[in-house]
Design a protein around this ligand. Structure first.
Ligand code: DHB
Length: 505
């Protein structure tokens, strides 16, 4: 029996329905929030373009119902955004423009010329990613995804796919080259397209959050020029206006020492299978205890982190130096403890019961202090040492830094020296730098960085250092650790778009 589509989708969300028969015969099923993404088996390879001219694109009018309101938009899908693509399953962009802007109307103060362009990517696990589209988000209880929410609030949306680590042509720095190429396409077409390409706000989660941050910090960097030229990117700048990054898995060459700074001494783990590293995929956790070798590696990695933190010469908002001593204690640790206190206080104020959180000290309705070491014990280790550059080349990041000869490589001197793989090689440092949001001087002024208090995929130090570095460079950084949130993103879209509105008006 065929159920009427609107009835069906209303049953699913109570809020949201899309027309165009998109789901009439193939509706999304109700699955738990952490259910796997539907696997797209046959991805289309789109033809190599002869131009990068948006005026030659044919749009299609579509609509959806959100909270009883009909939102009409024009969809320009599967635009190959480079002239020399190597994989047009992924090097494509979908552009969505509120229909109101074709009728000279305004939405929430924005018009066709002034509407910012929201630029979400769907990268997870440094895997290949397709261009995003309006849909329900299976990772957020099938609520409308960020593209739908953006359109409903009057944003132009451009979502680009990108190549990823499992393909020989998707190794570092392909994914960032692809996203930059898409930005260049938008900038080259600014005069003929709705939306203001001087107001591009990128968004991503995890590996996608790292790429979102990197788009911001590396804007217009000459280091990417040879790759962009080879790809046939449009000639335009590629700096962006603002960055939204959820739990960015960045700074990979320092992530192992940061992880051991946080988890040294915690030897029981709940590990995720490498195949399931992608935050978009349901995780199977394997329990275990670190081996004597892994404990020895942890003990060697932890002290390296203090030197690294001290080399950054960071200061807090009061101008006090952010440092760590040889034992890993000091103002940087207290900085993170303060963030955890703020997170817990916000939860307490909302009535959350914190009595089982033995690492927190709560007195008379006030969270007085957080003990970072006890916190690490409490949340538990998720990765074994070294967490990112596996000595056995077993991680997703090893594959990210592979090349056409070697699918997986090391990317730190430490793991190369401790490699258990015969004839293992290390990627060149320039490629590692091209993937690190910390390695550049940001032209972008606005950053929103979120990492869940319950996230163990990388050390909390990684987001903290990124936020501090950007703050020290005079950028406006909205950085917080929302309570109880695991490794995930797009869970607070109303707040995200409030922030975007505030910075772009
Ligand atoms: C992602 C998660 C990881 O733990 C990691 O190492 C890399 C990427 C992700 O979810 O994108």
């Amino acid at each position: 029996m065929k159920i009427k589509k609107t009835v069906l989708t209303t049953l699913i969300t109570g809020l949201f329905a899309i027309s165009q028969n998109v789901w009439a015969d193939n509706p999304p099923t109700t699955k738990p929030a952490n259910a796997p993404m539907p696997v797209k088996t046959e991805l289309v390879r789109y033809p190599t373009p002869t131009h990068l001219d948006f005026t030659k694109q044919q749009g299609q009018t579509k609509q959806f119902e959100l909270n009883g309101q009909t939102i009409r938009y024009r969809a320009f899908e599967h635009i190959v955004y480079v002239l020399n693509p190597s994989d047009t399953r992924y090097q494509v962009m979908n552009i969505y423009i509120p229909e109101a802007y074709f009728n000279g109307e305004k939405i929430d103060g924005y018009d066709s010329q002034t509407a910012p362009i929201f630029f979400p990517n769907d990268v997870g696990g440094y895997m290949p990613a397709t261009a995003g589209e309006p849909a329900l988000n299976p990772r957020q209880n099938n609520t409308p995804n960020a593209i739908i929410v953006a359109l409903s609030k009057g944003y132009v949306v451009a979502s680009a796919g990108a190549r990823g680590r499992t393909e020989t042509d998707g190794k570092a720095p392909s994914a960032i080259v692809d996203l930059k190429s898409a930005i260049r396409y938008l900038k080259a077409n600014d005069a003929v397209m709705a939306g203001d390409a001087n107001k591009i706000i990128s968004n991503g989660t995890s590996a996608g959050g790292a790429l979102s941050a990197l788009l911001g910090t590396s804007g217009n960097s000459a280091d990417y020029e040879p790759y962009l030229k080879q790809a046939g990117a449009a000639s335009a700048t590629d700096d962006i206006f603002a960055v939204s990054a959820y739990c960015p898995i960045t700074n990979l060459e320092h992530a192992d020492m940061a992880y051991e700074w946080q988890f040294n001494g915690v030897n029981d783990y709940q590990k995720i299978d490498m195949q399931n590293i992608d935050y978009r995929v349901e995780r199977k956790l394997i329990k275990g205890t670190q081996t004597a070798e892994q404990i020895a590696l942890s003990n060697q990695l932890k002290p390296l982190f203090s030197d690294y933190v001290n080399s950054l010469n960071l200061k807090d908002e009061q101008g006090q130096a952010i440092t760590l001593d040889n034992a890993g204690n000091g103002s940087f640790k207290r900085f993170i403890e303060d963030k955890l206190v703020q997170s817990a206080q916000a939860a307490l104020d909302k009535g959350t019961d914190l009595s089982d959180q033995i690492w927190l000290k709560v007195e008379n309705g006030k969270v007085v202090s957080a003990d970072f070491d006890a916190y690490a014990q409490f949340v538990g280790r998720q990765k074994t040492a070294p967490a990112f550059d596996g000595v056995d080349l077993s991680t997703g990041e090893n594959q990210l830094f592979g090349n056409s000869q070697a699918d997986k490589q090391h990317f730190t001197d430490f793991s190369e020296q401790h490699s258990t793989v015969a004839n293992a090689t290390k990627v060149t440092d320039d490629k590692v730098k091209l993937m690190n949001a910390m390695s550049h001087q940001s032209p972008t002024q606005y950053y929103r960085i979120r990492v869940g208090e319950n996230d163990r995929d990388t050390s909390l130090a990684i987001s903290a250092l990124l936020a501090l570095k950007l703050q020290n460079e005079g950028k406006q950084v909205d950085y917080a650790m929302p309570w109880g949130i695991p490794h995930s993103g797009d869970y607070d879209l109303d707040e995200l778009f409030d922030w975007i509105k505030k910075i772009s008006m």
